[in-house]
Write a protein that binds this ligand. Structure first.
Ligand code: MLC
Length: 487
């Protein structure tokens, strides 16, 4: 079974039911039925074929959330074209890494595409597709067919494309429908970006697989959050911890009203601080359900929908997901002790695109090595305890220090650089740079250059000039000795 077969229960079974809402900038509310969505993605599928794209080709999209992005994604699924979403916050340098690696046959963008690749304009495609047939053309794809190539930057600072199959996404979506009791009666407010698996694999897929109604937003904007929640009255919401911190700014009375029509708030992509969970319960009358996943594995652990949602814990393995906690020698640790988390299951990706070495290193005994440390309680709840790597998570976006360090050391006045995460009340962590200067370093200029070369969430919030970086006897930088590094 492929994803389109899974979504057909909604497309074919609920053709005239309103599926999707979107509020235009001029505040008009537009709606689409499942039949509309099926038809427009069929048209685009014909157009992509007409323009020469074939099964197995890659199509990259550099688009913020919009309805056409959904149509393009479904058109890719229907034709076997690999969907390669690019983070719209990526600048030229980051985009070229992805383009060089994925070798897309086409790129779709809405405005300027920060790369020499001749991007197709989204509006042109939509306009042209209107003349194409809305009939479904069948592409015989089975569940093992790749569906998307989602890029994560790695510990080495280079980008790696995680190849996710239809089966990976289908098992993830079906698991979540069951675990979180999502049905067609739900109303999902989706403000997360569709270029990451949180928005795509959880948000979009749960909507289509359940046949519920979804309101899509271009992005989460805290100043408009209360207004949107009251306007749409969702029953279901997915967020990252930063979003929940922002939602606490909503006035108490409004928060209570929102809490009354809401069924479930889910949080993931970064650890949810216990004090935020507590404050949110106080404010909205809801205990946020925390879960744990990764781009490479989709969702692994979840607190129960019915039952104890334990503060600080990411819950228990989802159905079909096997979890191991191993010490540095590869032996299982006892309950209560910290080990590295390994996972196996139908949710786990096939491997990194064109990178056998990285794929081989990522698996041990068929289990994916997450790089996260965790402990299990005697009653089966897993609590994350940190990471093996120095990954920083800012606002739910992964930031690998190595990538920023490489960028900084390319600057003529920088001899050496180390980037660490500093705690931040709203974003969880933010990157902070320590640099050894070759000549005078102007922090303002440095920040400007970073803003041009790196996505906004990777720009260091401070630049500290130091005499030297602390190193151990082997010459390795001891990041924990840099102040601001606080775990
Ligand atoms: C953030 N920014 C965006 C943006 N999201 N800009 C355009 N479109 C978006 N979607 C930029 C802003 O330009 C700004 O840059 C900075 O981020 C913060 O913006 P803000 O307005 O101050 O927002 P804030 O209230 O801090 O909230 C940020 C946020 C964002 C929570 C909306 O961080 C976000 O969308 N996070 C979700 C990330 C996500 O989906 N992760 C899933 C990965 S998958 P500046 O210049 O001010 O810094 C994964 C697996 C799993 O990890 O388990 O889920």
């Amino acid at each position: 079974m492929n994803l389109i077969d899974l979504f057909d229960a909604s497309f074919a079974g609920r053709r005239d039911v309103i599926a999707l809402e979107w509020r235009e900038a001029n505040s008009t509310l537009k709606t689409w039925t499942f039949g509309d969505i099926d038809a427009s993605s069929n048209r685009l599928a014909h157009l992509l074929t007409k323009r020469g794209l074939r099964q197995g080709d890659r199509m990259a999209v550099y688009l913020a959330n919009r309805v056409e992005l959904i149509d393009l994604y479904l058109a890719c699924l229907k034709t076997g074209i690999l969907f390669v979403p690019i983070n719209v916050l990526y600048r030229e340098r980051e985009v070229s890494h992805v383009v060089r690696d994925a070798e897309p046959k086409a790129v779709v963008a809405a405005g300027d595409f920060p790369h020499a690749f001749p991007a197709w304009h989204c509006e042109d495609l939509i306009r042209e597709s209107i003349n194409c047939s809305s009939d479904r053309s069948r592409c015989p794809l089975d569940g093992d067919a790749p569906a998307a190539l989602v890029y994560t930057s790695g510990t080495t600072g280079t980008f790696k494309g995680a190849l996710l199959t239809h089966n990976n996404f289908a098992s993830n979506a079906l698991n979540l429908l069951g675990a979180w009791q999502i049905t067609e009666a739900d109303r999902l407010l989706l403000s997360l970006p569709l270029f990451h698996v949180h928005g795509l694999g959880n948000g979009l897929h749960c909507w289509l697989a359940s046949g519920c109604r979804m309101r899509l937003q271009e992005r989460f904007e805290s100043s408009k959050a209360a207004e949107t929640l009251l306007d749409f009255r969702p029953t279901l919401f997915f967020g990252v911890p930063t979003i929940y911190v922002r939602l606490l700014e909503i006035a108490q009375e409004t928060a209570r009203t929102i809490g009354q029509f809401m069924r479930l708030f889910v949080c993931g992509s970064a650890p949810l601080p216990v004090h935020v969970l507590d404050a949110f319960r106080e404010h909205f009358g809801h205990t946020i359900l925390e879960r744990y996943g990764m781009t490479e594995t989709l969702m692994n652990l979840s607190n129960p929908c019915i039952g104890e949602r334990r503060p600080g814990s990411a819950g228990m393995p989802l159905p079909g997901v096997s979890v191991r906690l191993l010490d540095s020698d590869g032996n299982p640790v006892l309950d209560g002790q910290t080990g590295e988390l390994y996972v196996r299951g139908p949710n786990v990706f096939r491997g990194y695109w064109k990178n056998e070495q990285a794929t081989e290193q990522a698996f041990v005994d068929g289990y994916f090595r997450t790089g996260d440390l965790a402990a299990r309680s005697t009653d089966g709840y897993y609590t994350l305890q940190g990471r093996r790597s120095d990954l920083i998570i800012s606002g739910g976006f992964n930031v690998y220090p190595r990538e920023i360090e490489e960028f900084l050391t390319e600057q003529p006045e920088v001899a050496e650089a180390a980037v660490v995460g500093a705690p931040d009340r709203v974003r969880g962590e933010v990157p902070v740079a320590y640099v050894v200067a070759r000549s005078t370093v102007d922090p303002v200029q440095m920040e400007q250059r970073c803003r041009k070369g790196l996505a906004s969430f990777k720009v260091p919030r401070a630049f500290h000039v130091v005499e030297s970086l602390p190193r151990n006897a082997l010459g390795k930088i001891q990041k924990h000795l840099l102040s601001g590094f606080n775990r």
